[in-house]
Design a binder for this molecule. Structure first.
Ligand code: PGA
Ligand code: ZN
Length: 414
């Protein structure tokens, strides 16, 4: 009777893009957990459904009672059982009845309520007393694609990771230094730049991919030289967004070019080689395991080749990728799969096969800080959660607090 659930409440709140999302409160007799679901703009086709057809309003009207009547009286600490019950209540294989966002908010709030019942922070409740390492923050510098306006680059995200940082504050500051340098360089190049940002807090400039790459990578070099903290570039190509199935080509609209699958592989391999990329996400569209594998065999020794839309945090799809040797890293977004138990199972499979897990925010976020705890608890060496903007900084500042609590904290092994 240590963490018996007494109440579950769902409410409609608003995310960073201004869209409605769901927040869950779970109360135990002596604890409380609250969590909110994020949402994507460049979602993978194999993600679970975010909401039932009637959206958040239907969740509040119908689903809240369905869930609370089942899980009130259960122990919050029996998270696996509660996650099973969420699957049972839903009854589909993609959470289309209750919504994956509902499931994830309830699952995370339940875990937090259990932690609170034992007076523990979430990372310690989930990860035990052994975690000592802090993930490196992969920060968003320039936004393009589905996260920015019409004249921004086709590539969705130009990222950086401060691999030389010795603590989280240095890591966050290094990313901010690069973010500022990039702004100055954009302004130099485009006198009309107003300082506009995209959904994830990166600048949204009127630049080609090539110009953005040049600014991103030269800024990394300069900040490394000036501060002595090595910071390396990364990309989220989000290429499913501009893959044209009919033409069988990657269509770069802003650039006015298109690339066949082989040309895309060569283009990305070339970028990795030229600019020494540390990380490239979704360089190939979500259905093409073969091309993903080809690029991994070309460039995977030098660079993390990460699947987001490709794997959608789904252990079955990851198993297929492992078999095909597609990628060597994967994005972990709990709301792509719906529960913490499913998320954990995917991370476990990834680690057993030496795929590097990157715990990630979504483009539509709230100030919910849960993913900071998940990254530490699950020992993920990288967290992708922007560099600036309140809903991004909420996660990074939580890492500052977690680091303060850890005994002999260190940055993760990369
Ligand atoms: P999304 O994009 O949250 O809009 O799906 C983020 C990403 O592709 O990593
Ligand atoms: Zn992505």
């Amino acid at each position: 009777m240590d963490s018996v659930i007494e109440d579950v409440r769902l409410r409609k709140i608003i995310d960073s893009r201004g869209n409605p999302t769901v927040e869950a409160d779970v109360l135990t007799w002596n604890g409380f957990g609250r969590a909110a679901a994020p949402s994507g703009a460049s979602t993978g086709i194999n993600e679970v459904a975010s909401f039932p057809d009637g959206g958040v309003d239907q969740v509040i009207e119908d689903v809240e009672d369905l869930i609370s009547s089942e899980i009130i009286g259960m122990e919050a600490e029996d998270l696996r059982e509660i996650d099973n019950v969420l699957h049972e209540i839903d009854g589909t294989d993609n959470f289309s009845t209750i919504g994956g966002n509902t499931a994830v908010a309830v699952s995370m709030a339940t875990a937090k309520a259990a932690a609170s019942s034992y007076n523990l922070p979430l990372y310690k409740f989930l990860g035990g007393i052994m975690p000592t390492s802090i993930p490196f923050p992969l920060g968003n510098m320039i936004n393009g694609g589905a996260h920015a306006g019409t004249n921004a680059p086709d590539i969705q995200e130009f990222l950086v990771i401060p691999v030389g940082a010795s603590n989280i504050t240095e890591a966050i500051t290094t990313n901010i230094n690069v973010h500022r340098r990039i702004k100055a360089k954009i302004q130099e190049k485009d006198k009309t730049f107003t300082g506009g940002k995209g959904d994830e807090g990166g600048w949204a400039p009127n630049l080609t991919n090539e110009e953005a790459l040049e600014i991103q990578t030269s800024s990394c070099e300069e900040i490394t030289d000036e501060t002595g903290v090595l910071v390396r570039p990364g990309l989220d190509v989000a290429s499913s967004e501009f893959w044209n199935e009919e033409e069988q080509k990657y269509v770069y609209e802003r650039e006015g070019t298109s690339r066949t699958v082989e040309e895309q592989i060569d283009y990305i391999a070339d970028l990795i080689d030229t600019y020494k990329f540390f990380y490239v996400e979704d360089p190939i569209q979500e259905n093409d395991f073969e091309a993903f594998a080809e690029l991994t065999s070309k460039s995977g020794k030098d660079c993390l080749i990460c699947g987001d839309d490709l794997f959608v945090t789904n252990a079955d799809i990851l198993a297929k990728g492992i078999e095909a040797h597609a990628g060597n890293s994967l994005i972990i977004k709990p709301n792509q799969i719906g529960t913490l138990t499913d998320t954990y199972n995917t991370i476990k499979l990834a680690k057993a096969n030496k795929y590097v897990p990157v715990v990630s925010h979504r483009s539509g976020e709230t100030t919910d800080e849960t993913i900071a705890h998940l990254a530490v608890a699950f020992n993920a060496p990288v967290i992708k959660t922007g560099a600036a903007g309140g809903e991004r900084i909420a996660k990074l500042n939580e890492l500052v607090r977690i680091e303060e609590e850890l005994v002999n904290p260190k940055m993760a092994d990369l």
